[in-house]
Write a protein of this length. Structure first.
Length: 351
């Protein structure tokens, strides 16, 4: 297939591209190269004849039309998004612009292209979203594809809006789409503002390891290469107009996750004291959802897919990757917001 992947220089998008190229697909990587993008993430495939790069913003309608017409993809895999909850608290406007307006603009371009091509049944618009659109769970239960949307952060609200827009374009205009909502990703090339890379890099630097609240928030952790495999599976086998929840089947409390990472570092790169001694508890994030958990039945029963990497295996792989790729993460340390506490605008405004 020929795939147009938006956000392909980001964490998940680059994993999709590396896997798609390895499987013989043609890929056009469309990325605006904002703060979290890094072309090093796709350096291993950059010279492959099946790979092309387009620097462009999905909010630019004219450019989206030109790129689709020029490359004639069989499918659009839409991963470009602002995705950090803390940043959405401090600056929600960028999230509405990219995640809502950008998705609308891309949908309009995809619809125009699809209609120009004669409305082929084989075309797909694959919208990649998050389980955060469902809101927060208590101690029990799991999100299913029928769970009502209850987003609690500017980020999750913007993604919920984009999900609804995609579904509306399918119902109203007939655009063939599939939609996926995933749990928390982790693994190689994870931009150093999210929990797992922050823990690893702060530990290696001897800095305090911040944990929100008491670390009791629970997430389902999905190794990014498993997620890439799942996305390609949905693209090729998923039913048009259907949504699929992709989970890692690896629930863990934040504090337990952090302690697991510290124990791996103790073994792989011993220090003069346990890395867990660096853990400190900080004021919780405003509107912090307690627990996310995904029911993976539809992926398993309809498409025959399950994650292959356990949390223990994935964390070991991830820590080893960061230890072996210091030049990658060192180059990102000076980017805006890295190494700083974000997401405090709400509490500050209420002082």
């Amino acid at each position: 297939m020929k795939l147009l992947v938006t956000g392909g220089a980001g964490f998940i998008g680059s994993a999709v591209i590396r896997l798609a190229i390895a499987r013989g697909h043609h890929v056009i990587n469309l990325d605006a190269l904002t703060y979290a993008a890094c072309l090093e993430n796709v350096a291993s495939v950059a010279k492959n004849p099946n790979y092309a790069f387009e620097k462009a913003n999905i909010c630019d309608a004219e450019t989206m039309d030109r790129i689709l017409t020029r490359h004639t993809p069989d499918a659009v895999m839409h991963l470009a998004a602002e995705s950090h909850v803390d940043r959405s608290i401090d600056g929600p406007g960028a999230f509405i612009e990219t995640n809502v307006t950008g998705t609308y603009t891309l949908l309009q371009a995809a619809r125009k292209y699809w209609e120009t091509q004669g409305r082929p049944d084989t075309f797909r618009f694959h919208h990649i979203s998050t389980d955060e659109v469902y809101g927060s769970l208590g101690a029990k239960g799991q999100f299913t594809e029928e769970t009502p949307y209850t987003p609690n952060s500017p980020y999750s609200a913007s993604k919920a809006a984009s999900d609804h827009i995609v579904r509306a374009w399918g119902e109203t205009y007939g655009l063939p789409f599939v939609l996926t909502n995933c749990s928390n990703n982790y693994g190689p090339y994870h931009f150093p503002e999210k929990l797992i890379p922050v823990v690893i890099l702060n530990a290696l630097s001897g800095k305090s390891i911040p944990v929100y609240g008491q670390g009791l928030n629970v997430r389902d952790w999905l190794y990014v290469e498993d997620h890439a495999d799942a996305l390609l599976t949905v693209l090729q086998k998923g039913a048009v107009g259907r949504s699929y929840n992709i989970g890692g089947e690896n629930e863990a409390r934040n504090i337990d996750l952090v302690e697991m990472i510290c124990a791996i570092l103790d073994r792989l790169k011993p220090s003069n004291r346990p890395y867990s001694s660096l853990i400190c508890f900080v004021d919780d994030r405003p509107g912090h959802d307690l627990r996310y958990a995904i029911d993976p039945s539809r992926m398993r029963d309809e498409l025959g897919w399950r994650p292959s990497v356990t949390l223990e295996e994935g964390l070991e792989k991830t820590v080893r990757w960061y230890l072996a790729n210091e030049s990658w993460w060192r180059a990102l340390q000076g980017r805006e917001g890295v190494g700083k506490r974000l997401g405090t605008a709400s509490s500050e405004s209420n002082d």
